[in-house]
Design a protein. Structure first.
Lengths: 316, 519
């Protein structure tokens, strides 16, 4: 187990380093000149002089060779220094810290809802394979996975807020204001997860040990709950990592429509303002979250499935 | 006698008749607490030095006030200066209003104006139109309630420029982003949650007429459809910036729509002084043909669902006063447009697009990010009808547009400029006067520059209005450098019982004093 953890960590570190290089380089390659943008923002007339641009270039350290810029940027990350936002003048880390609680609340709520809905729905579909209920759940999953987030968001607003007056339209004021954005954000992951649970469960239900359990006279409910579902969930845990990425990407649209002051909305604001340092910080942050969550998923996989750690130890 | 008796009987009967049922007149509620949905949060947080240049939308002059206020008819009204006068040759003397309190309780004096204009503004952070004309020692305190501003170059338009919300007066030592916000305006900020809401309440010690509502909550809902749904759901009472295509449905659903007079014009600036490959519009015949090829009436109907006026000038008509009538309405005449292009040697090619010397009459059209695809495609089809090909370069955001503009990668530039100050010559001079930096793309020079000089040195507002109208006429009717398309209203929607009297054409000058609720 210990070796497995070390090996996973050793694999995560170069991935993280690759992400740092990529997020820095992407901004360097993006059309437009950050120095011109910064100088233009500061110029009283909005028209920057060559001297203004040269000063901005020096301040942003863009006058140095690319490897030096990259090295200094990565060293700055060690001090949690992501630079300052062009549009607000505040540290990027502060901007992210201000918006993180809102996105965290939304992402955790959506992930929990997805898991809580997908498990029973997937199990029901598997246990009633090819029945009308299975077909109905299949259509539901298809809709959930294919409806664009913005369309679902407006649909939910019109039904639950405008027509039924049950929930607020937007904002992060009252506790119930989290419901509609959570439903919107959770729709896609729930659909994907429920289909995966169904497929995994059907596969496990065809295994020899299930046949043995049935031969021993165990009740079907106990077979599913105690033996089939835990084994089926092993594959599901893996997908949770990529669902976090799905949730963070979806948050950009959902947070804008629901006026939810999170990292997704900050990303849109940063892109609209062409706030290079902020975009860089957000890309790095989201990528890091994705890497860390996948690392945790891999480690938890080893905890719940002895074959993984034994296999890892054997391979080592 | 019988007649007299009959008349008396009628009078008595009338007097005894039950009075007609009184018509219920809604009473304004002095304690109204109104919920407003605004767009993106632009209120500056602490230390946000760059964002403060957005002058705190959507509150602006409601919290911080300038010396002079721009009326909704674009006339100049006393603000924190009770009066002002020109002391020849080039000094503007402002007499500061007495007994004005900041929200902090501090009493306004000329020292605060000296701080704002003599020290803080000179750091060069805001209101460049005025700051660029000032130098060290330009602002002097005469006594506790008198301040002199002497631009280093003659600037007779200063009172019309200084009224911009960016020029609002701050208490000595403070900034626009100092928290809590501290101005002299009719509303004081009681709560601010970034990207969520700002709540203001009536300032009881305000020097002027009191606001009609006691409290206003501005919620930041950047998405226009979300704002509309919030109004329909009863979550807000009033929404800002209604999309023109949503007006009809909101109106039919029983919501009250309020339109300001046009404060912004959609205009095409034609790249007059470009070099190859952007030199085609250097030909006057091409520019004139473009101006003749656009059916403005159809444009307004198609793009704005008739929630705009047909464009006629650069600045809002009110800015030009009685001189606005000097600018004739634009003509739509495709036959004449074709004739002009034929005459200039642009002959129709096989695909209907004109050519000259093997070169196609193909133009690149850029536009501000807010301009819709419908607008651009409409113009493309209109120009195609006379044989002009248009390549639309739609910018998804302002920086992308700015890149196209800075790199001169366009022939036609569709903009939606604001008139946020009272200077009648502001837009023509800013964009077309060759002595102004950044005008080299469009400036016609010659007679235009002579009149621009007159506008800047006019000693009266009327003189500046007259000159501005003449400049506009040259640009639109003679040189065809500017093609006005539509005059845009500010559109507001509200539930019944809420009203906004006299909406300002300029959003940054919008006072919420007249936003009211009924009992």
């Amino acid at each position: 187990m210990h070796r497995y953890v070390v090996r996973r960590l050793a694999l995560a570190l170069p991935t993280l380093l690759g992400l740092m290089v990529l997020s820095f380089t992407l901004i360097v390659l993006t059309p437009g000149d950050p120095a011109v943008e910064l100088a233009r923002r500061r110029a009283p007339s909005g028209e920057a002089t060559p001297l203004d641009i040269a000063r901005a270039r020096e301040e942003l350290r863009l006058d140095r060779p690319y490897p030096v810029q990259l090295g200094e940027w990565i060293l700055g990350l060690g001090r949690a220094d992501l630079g300052r936002s062009f549009s607000t003048g505040r540290p990027v880390s502060t901007e992210l810290a201000d918006r993180l609680p809102a996105t965290g609340q939304l992402a955790v709520a959506a992930l929990m809802l997805s898991v809580l809905l997908a498990l029973p729905l997937g199990a029901l579909a598997a246990l009633h394979r090819n029945s009308p209920l299975d077909q109905l759940l299949r259509i539901g999953a298809l809709l959930g996975a294919s409806l664009p987030g913005f369309f679902l968001a407006y649909l939910l607003i019109v039904v639950f807020a405008t027509t039924l007056h049950l929930l607020p339209v937007a904002g992060r004021g009252e506790p119930q204001s989290v419901i509609l954005p959570t439903l919107t954000l959770a729709a896609g992951p729930t659909a994907i997860l429920s289909r995966l649970v169904r497929a995994s469960l059907l596969e496990v239900l065809g295994e020899d040990f299930i046949r043995t359990a049935r031969a021993r006279g165990l009740r079907e409910g106990a077979i599913v709950a105690r033996h089939a579902l835990p084994n089926a969930l092993l594959g599901v845990i893996t997908i949770v990592g990529s669902l976090v990425g799905h949730l963070l990407a979806g948050a950009v649209i959902v947070e804008t429509i629901f006026a939810w002051p999170g990292v997704g909305k900050l990303a849109i604001e940063a892109i609209q303002q062409r706030d290079y340092t902020l975009i860089q910080g957000i890309v790095l942050f989201v990528g890091t979250v994705f890497i860390v969550v996948n690392l945790l998923v891999d480690l938890s996989y080893a905890v719940v499935d002895p074959r993984v750690r034994i296999g890892a130890a054997g391979a080592a | 006698m019988a007649l007299v008796i009959a008349l008396i009987a009628v009078v008595i009967a009338a007097a005894c008749a039950p009075a007609a049922a009184p018509v219920a007149i809604p009473q304004k509620d002095p304690n109204a607490d109104i919920r407003v949905a605004a767009g993106e949060d632009q209120w500056p947080a602490q230390g946000e030095t760059f964002k403060s240049t957005t002058y705190s939308y959507p509150l602006n002059v409601n919290v911080f006030e300038p010396l002079v206020i721009l009326g909704s008819d674009y006339s100049l009204k006393p603000g924190l200066a009770e009066s002002w006068e020109l002391v020849p040759p080039n000094t503007w003397r402002f007499h500061i209003r007495r007994n004005v309190k900041f929200h902090s309780g501090h009493v306004l004096t000329a020292d605060d104006v000296l701080w704002t204009w003599g020290e803080r503004q000179m750091e060069g952070k805001t209101l460049s139109t005025v700051v660029n004309t000032l130098g060290p020692g330009s602002v002097k305190q005469v006594d506790d309630y008198t301040i002199d501003i002497t631009p280093k170059v003659p600037n007779l338009r200063l009172p019309e420029q200084i009224l911009h919300p960016e020029g609002a007066i701050l208490q000595r030592g403070q900034q626009q982003d100092t928290k809590p916000p501290n101005g002299t305006g009719p509303f004081k900020v009681v709560e601010y949650k970034p990207a969520d809401r700002v709540i203001v309440e009536r300032f009881d010690d305000y020097w002027g007429p009191k606001p009609e509502a006691k409290r206003i909550t501005f919620r930041f809902l950047p998405d226009a459809q979300t704002r509309i749904q919030a109004l329909r759901a009863g979550e807000v009472d009033f929404i800002i910036d209604v999309p023109p295509d949503a007006v009809r449905s909101l109106d039919s659903a029983g919501f009250h729509i309020v339109r300001s007079k046009p404060g912004r014009n959609q205009l095409i600036y034609v790249y007059r002084n470009g070099k190859a490959p952007h030199d085609i519009t250097g030909e006057k015949a091409v520019r004139q043909a473009i101006a003749l090829a656009v059916d403005r009436k159809a444009y307004v109907a198609t793009v704005f669902d008739d929630n705009a006026e047909i464009g006629r000038a650069m600045a809002p008509a009110a800015v030009l006063g009685k001189f606005a009538d000097q600018i004739p309405a634009a003509t739509y005449d495709t036959a004449r447009a074709r004739q002009l292009l034929d005459g200039a040697g642009w002959a129709p090619g096989a695909d209907g697009i004109r050519q000259k010397g093997g070169r196609r009459l193909s133009l690149e059209l850029i536009a501000w990010a807010e301009v819709t695809s419908t607008a651009l495609e409409f113009l493309q089809s209109q120009l195609k009808a006379v044989g002009i090909d248009t390549v639309i370069k739609k910018a998804a955001d302002t920086p992308t547009y700015s890149n196209y503009y800075r790199e001169n990668a366009f022939d036609l530039d569709l903009e939606v400029p604001n008139q946020n100050d009272g200077n009648p010559a502001f837009l023509p001079v800013l964009r077309m006067y060759s002595k102004n930096p950044g005008t080299e793309r469009f400036a016609p020079g010659g007679a235009f520059d002579d009149i621009a000089g007159k506008a800047l040195s006019a000693t009266s507002v009327e003189g500046a209005q007259d000159a501005s109208a003449q400049m506009t006429k040259i640009l639109i009717q003679e040189d065809f450098t500017v093609i006005p398309l539509a005059g845009l209203y500010r559109l507001y929607a509200m539930r019944k019982g809420i009203d906004l009297a006299g909406p300002h054409p300029s959003a940054t000058n919008q006072l919420w004093m007249t936003l009211s609720g009924s009992k």
